[in-house]
Design a protein around this ligand. Sequence first.
Ligand SMILES: Nc1ncnc2c1ncn2[C@@H]1O[C@H](COP(=O)(O)OP(=O)(O)OP(=O)(O)O)[C@@H](O)[C@H]1O
Ligand SMILES: [Mg+2]
Length: 357
Amino acid sequence: MFGLKSNLRVGLDIGSHAIKMVMAERGGHGKQRLVKAISRDIYTGQEKYDPDGPKKATIVPILLEMFQEAGLHPRRVHHLGSCIGGLNIAAKEILSVSLPDEEMSSAILNEARKHLPLDGSESIVDYQVLGEDHKDPDKVRVLVAATTKRMFDAHLDILREIELKPGVIDLEPLAALNSYLGHAELPDEGVIVFLNLGARRTNLLVVGRKDVFFNRDLPVGGYAFTSEIMRKLDVKFVEAEEIKKSQGLNTSIQAVGADGGAESLALSDKSALDKLGDEINRSLRYYVKETGQSIFTKFVLVGGLAESKELCEYLQQKFGVETVSYDPLAFFEGAGEVRHRMQYAAAAGLAVRAQAI
Ligand SMILES: Nc1ncnc2c1ncn2[C@@H]1O[C@H](COP(=O)(O)OP(=O)(O)OP(=O)(O)O)[C@@H](O)[C@H]1O
Ligand SMILES: [Mg+2]
């Protein structure tokens, strides 16, 4: 009885718009079986969306409700994967001379601190050796991930408040990417562009077999579209969210156009869609300049905003590259019924990673 749920792995992603949880266990033939995927929007009433992320007092009751719905007490979770997102997280690939394990750690951590664009306060740094550098066999490619101690402690504080034992703690963009890398083939030549499209921001990651890993956070996510609709149609957050989902991302612009006001849209007043397109374009140009690699074979979209077909089509047309919304639950047994699946990328990646320990 007590051991019944001990094989259960929980992936938890506390976003600024929604909290997502994926519970999984080992199924047949080494596959994962989905036990439950639950998502809760944080702002459902008149409260204002806070791009800095919700406060602990807002998150805790929602989390408790989610665990209640799952029929599981947080204390009984033995394998938890959770993630930190938003500002003040950084991931970067660096090259390091290959050293014995004992020396590797301090050498990399010292090197890493120089590269990480955090706010200068005390930081928490971790790393993973990716493999040999194919240009210089004396060196190894290392992925360093960091966040500030303040963000890390605030995250632990939330987990402890509901008696969840911290397990694997990852950065959100890496957790989301893990939901894809476990199943997808990377191209032999060139790189893929992976976009985790959340509410406050979009994590852009460029990944290939041989090419350097790159990531950057773009300051445009689903909230930029919502606030555009709020402003132009003079509606509240919840209504704007509804309009965005039912009528499309460019609704507010079309609505202004329909009553003859299109001319009033100044050219400088770029739509959120164009801003996002421009941000992606700028990052990819930078990547090409830095690495010389310009073959982008595919755009892969996850995150809540990846539900939008319109966005998928827009990006495909703008960049002329195959663009797909990726279903992070596709490889789980028993996930057939789950709706709005793209948002679960980070939580699914974490549930699978928690599986490995
Ligand atoms: N069908 C849809 N069409 C357009 N946008 C959608 C759709 N479904 C969800 N979204 C948007 O996706 C965003 C939420 O995505 P997600 O849950 O990934 O965000 P989050 O993880 O909470 O945010 P962040 O990581 O940026 O803090 C919201 O802006 C929401 O309006
Ligand atoms: Mg998110």
